[in-house]
Design a protein around this ligand. Structure first.
Ligand code: PNS
Length: 170
């Protein structure tokens, strides 16, 4: 039976850290379904459609990958897609508590689905969608942290950028 993993997340937007996890995950699994959580109660910078489009574009060079979205419980979605693993990336220690809690809850909800963590590459250790959005918002250079299309889309979202790090007294 092919080994299928779900790589779930918000991907708001996808970063090079996510791409690194997908690339390395593909060495472990026959297929990875990268799936965006649809959560109407949460505010995102990019719409679900925009996030799907960016993910599709940035992963088109990979084989054995599918881009999808889901709602409800992740383990139910994993079972419906016949996946036995959930793939998550771990960066700094700060990720650990949340990931540990989520993995244990998911295990309690469905013991047939295993969570597999991949340690992020050292160069992506402090890369997160949130910190990148904040940097771009204030005109910071995020070259090399996100795929080129994402960089373009982020710039368009925040143009014209507010504030340039000057004292507000002047
Ligand atoms: O990229 P994120 O925001 O850290 O991803 C979080 C995600 C989507 C993996 C998580 O919120 C999730 O799985 N949500 C679906 C609901 C669920 O099954 N929660 C875990 C058990 S309560």
């Amino acid at each position: 039976m092919p080994k299928v993993a779900i790589y779930p997340g918000s991907f708001d937007p996808v970063t090079n850290g996510h791409i690194d996890i997908i690339e390395r995950g593909l060495k472990l699994f026959d297929k990875i379904i990268v799936s965006i959580l649809y959560n109407p109660n949460k505010k995102y910078l990019f719409s679900l459609e925009e996030r799907l489009e960016m993910l599709r574009d940035c992963t088109k060079h990979f084989k054995n990958i599918e881009i999808d979205s889901f709602d409800g419980l992740l383990v139910d979605y994993a079972a419906s897609r016949k996946a036995h693993a959930i793939l998550r990336g771990l960066r700094a220690m700060s990720d650990f508590e949340y990931e540990f809690q989520m993995a244990l809850m998911n295990r309690r909800l469905n013991r047939d689905v295993q969570t597999v963590f991949l340690m992020t590459g050292l160069r992506w250790i402090f890369t997160s969608s949130s910190i990148i959005k904040e940097a771009v918002q204030f005109g910071g250079n995020i070259e090399g942290m996100v795929p080129p299309l994402v960089k373009k889309k982020l710039k368009a979202k925040f143009a014209p950028a507010v504030g340039r790090g000057r004292s507000r007294k002047n």
